[in-house]
Ligand binder design. Structure first.
Ligand code: ADP
Length: 447
């Protein structure tokens, strides 16, 4: 990080150096300044005594100026020749220009020098004055200043970056350590951060992720525990009864009853594994979802008919209030939802009770209600009712058949349809499960 920062600083400083030195070369002496300067020199020479002119030239030469004064034949007025020469054409140009404006020579090959010429009168004789302003030393001086400034900036910048980087790198180091810790399975790692910057945000997100992963891990552990528990109890009875049968401790006339129990327990196991597989499949992204248009009321009527043996057994009344509604959804999946809700309604109803099944079109979709007058659900259990393996009456679970997966599956399927399922219930006063399936679902809205 520090190396990257310093490299960035060095690159910027080098770029700044080249840009600024170019700028100085081209802009240091502007034409305006040169014009002013030569006008001043002309005035000074014209006002001075002619024999003082060489002295003026000498003085000026000590200040980066070189002067040339020539007559119309190109003969120098000064004894001391300058370090440069000009052509006769340039001399003519200066002397014959009607315009008294100083003549700027085109930029010479030497980048750091500029020449400017102007007519001047010495002892009433016309001469051409050419000044060569060499600012090489000036440029070198400026360059030194730039280099010094930039190098100072580099040192100070690098030092500051070194200090600041500690502040930046330390939390990242801590994050790395925490991530390693998490990879080892410790999901309780949390980092402190009071900063509101990007790193602070990253730490907050990390903590959030650790909490969520911890929850998922907890859920996984619970899930394994629940599955083992659900498998264990039927297995224990199967094992016990088969052993008793094998050892012939059970009288002949009771054997059939025990075999029936074994059969029921195997059925229970098989239902459990079926439900688990269904949930796993629903959880996976690749679960087939094949919506089609179909008549919901007909589907519900078919289910009630198919379940007749169950509700007849308890002498239940099924009251239907089914409007003719068409739905665009996965028929097979929703069938599972209605089956699970109806099974529960029958299972938890007292004998001779009534179950109301209602389907109607509402604004934006359809709702299905399953209402029973059974034992109801206690208020404290309602928030957990759709959790996997949740059973209100844990102790009686072996008597009332069920593994606590039915509502979890129903909820998952309804969610796949972007619908909602909720329950209203009071202990002893029955329960109403309402499923709403929206008509305009996301994928359709996106189209
Ligand atoms: P299960 O297969 O055990 O019935 P569910 O997920 O279908 O599992 O239901 C979870 C729990 O919710 C059940 O154990 C039961 O206690 C309660 N429950 C579900 N439906 C009803 C209902 N209609 N009346 C009373 N309790 C219900």
């Amino acid at each position: 990080m520090v190396v990257t920062f310093i490299c960035a600083v060095i690159i910027s400083l080098l770029a700044a150096y080249f840009i600024s030195s170019r700028f100085f070369q081209h802009e240091y002496t502007t034409e305006k300044e040169l014009t002013k300067m030569i006008k001043g020199t002309v005035e000074m020479i014209e006002q001075a005594e002619p024999d003082k002119v060489p002295d003026i030239v000498e003085t000026m030469r000590t200040y980066y100026f070189d002067l040339l004064i020539v007559d119309r034949n190109g003969i120098s007025y000064l004894e001391q020749p300058p370090s440069f020469a000009i052509t006769q054409a340039d001399v003519d140009h200066i002397l014959h220009s009607d315009d008294p404006v100083p003549f700027m020579f085109p930029y010479a090959e030497r980048d750091s020098s500029r020449m400017v010429g102007s007519p001047v009168a010495i002892s009433d004789q016309p001469y051409a004055l050419i000044i060569d302003f060499n600012y090489e030393e000036e440029v070198a001086g400026r360059r030194k200043t730039i280099i010094f400034t930039l190098v100072t900036a580099l040192f100070i910048g690098s030092f500051v970056i070194l200090l600041v980087s500690r502040h930046l790198v330390n939390p990242i180091k801590k994050l790395t350590d925490a991530a390693k810790e998490m990879a080892k399975g410790n999901f309780s790692v949390r980092l402190n951060s009071k900063n509101k910057d990007e790193v602070g945000e990253l730490i907050t997100s990390f903590n959030h992720m650790a909490t969520e992963v911890g929850k998922i891990d907890q859920m996984r552990q619970n899930f394994v525990g629940n599955v083992s528990h659900e498998i264990q109890s039927p297995l224990t009875s199967i094992k016990g009864f088969t052993k008793a049968l094998r050892d012939e401790i059970i009288p002949k006339q009771e054997q059939r009853e025990y075999l029936d129990i074994i059969y029921q327990e195997t059925e229970r196991l098989s239902r459990l594994s079926e439900n688990l597989l269904r949930l796993a499949s629903l959880d996976s992204e690749h679960h087939p979802y094949e919506p089609e248009k179909y008549r919901l009321d007909e589907q519900l009527r078919r289910i009630v008919l198919a379940m007749e043996p169950q509700w007849k057994k308890k002498n239940l009344q099924i009251s239907l209030d089914l409007a003719p509604v068409e739905l665009d959804a996965d028929q097979d999946l929703l069938e599972q939802v209605w089956l699970n809700l109806m099974t529960n309604a029958i299972k938890y109803s007292a004998e001779n009770g009534t179950i109301l099944l209602e389907a109607k079109r509402v604004h934006g979709g359809v709702t299905v209600k399953v209402k029973d007058g059974g034992k109801g659900i206690p208020a404290e259990a309602i928030p957990h009712i759709f959790d996997r393996f949740y059973k209100v009456d844990q102790a009686r679970s072996s008597k009332i058949d069920g593994s606590g997966l039915g509502l979890a599956i129903a909820k998952k399927i309804v969610a796949l349809h972007q619908g909602k399922i909720h329950v209203k219930s009071q202990q002893g006063a029955g329960a109403v499960f309402t499923v709403s399936i929206p008509e305009l679902r996301e994928e359709e809205m996106n189209d």
